[in-house]
Write a protein that binds this ligand. Sequence first.
Ligand code: SF4
Length: 385
Amino acid sequence: MEKRYFKILVAIILLAAIAAAYIPSFFRAKENLVPALHSSLPPPTFVSGGAVEARFWESLDNNRVKCTLCTHYCIIAPRRRGICRVRENRDGRLYSLVYGQLASTTIAPIEKDGMKHALPGTRVLALATAGCNFRCMQCHNWHITQRRPEEVRARRLSASQVVDYALQQGARTITGSINEPTIFYEFLYDVAVLARQQGLRMQFHTNGAIAEMPLRALLNRIDQAVVDLKGFCNQAYQTYFGGNLYTVLQSLQIIKEEGAWLEITNLIIPTVNDCLRQIRAMSEWIAENLGPNVPLAFTRFHPSYRLTHLPATPIRTLEAAHRIAREAGLNFVTIGNVPGHRYNSTFCPHTGKRLIHRVHFNVVYNRIENGRSPFSGRPVPGIWE
Ligand code: SF4
């Protein structure tokens, strides 16, 4: 056979092999991402009112209040709101303006909410309201997070309607996500109480900027948390995200201490938090303070919101971060937002064999049996049943 025909034949065989590997997962991904039926929910609209008194605040002089829910500890004058835009001082008392006012009620694979070791491949109902206590310059959801409740269409739902909806849609977990769930604390808490009564799991996807007392109270009601650790430099935290690194580290330790299942995501943004020295320090801190079995996902940044001038994260940076975190002793490190990347999957840390094969948010297969790796026979930390 002529050399050139031979090359064409090899190329065809390779393409056929790739298609055979990915086409089934593509269809499964489509299946998982089928939009949920919203027929049982009222249509979103501009809603107002429905304020409920907040749970964590203190009275100050001149009718001012101090909010003690998140680590900003806003001091709020009468008729004013805190940094999150959703907590208001009315006549010397603090109110939440977003109780049950949901800007998002999204059904998705749990992997989309950053959770990899708790019921992989199942559905989650993600709740969000207007507002946020951070000012992330790369935020994909700025149209709801950086808005007041009056500026965002929302559904007014009770906690029991949310739980019924999750059950109807086949979700196994409810999560507060998309914006910072701390700022709709009272509603999340009430949903958590009912969700657990109905056998659903409760998740908290947070930036970690929540004060200790409300965090510990919430951890009595939730099962698992995903924390976005936005780097390991406090100056970058303040400049690009409007937060404080040290309060986030404290929250991570509290979550671990209280026994909730914990996973961490780190979005690597070029020139903002892509210093490999800091990634090493962060990985070592996690291994030392939270243990080697806390899953860590490095995710790829794509230009958005106020950082459209920056490039997407180079794949080699994500791979270098992955190598560094493994060297630091972390057992379960993945790479996200790079569909089809080998390290989107979870590997047995003892044998190097693939335990959970993922393509983006889709689980192609899960080899974990009775909570153990079939290759090494050792337990794989997580919630598998
Ligand atoms: S939740 Fe945080 S940002 Fe909002 S008012 Fe309270 S302290 Fe301020």
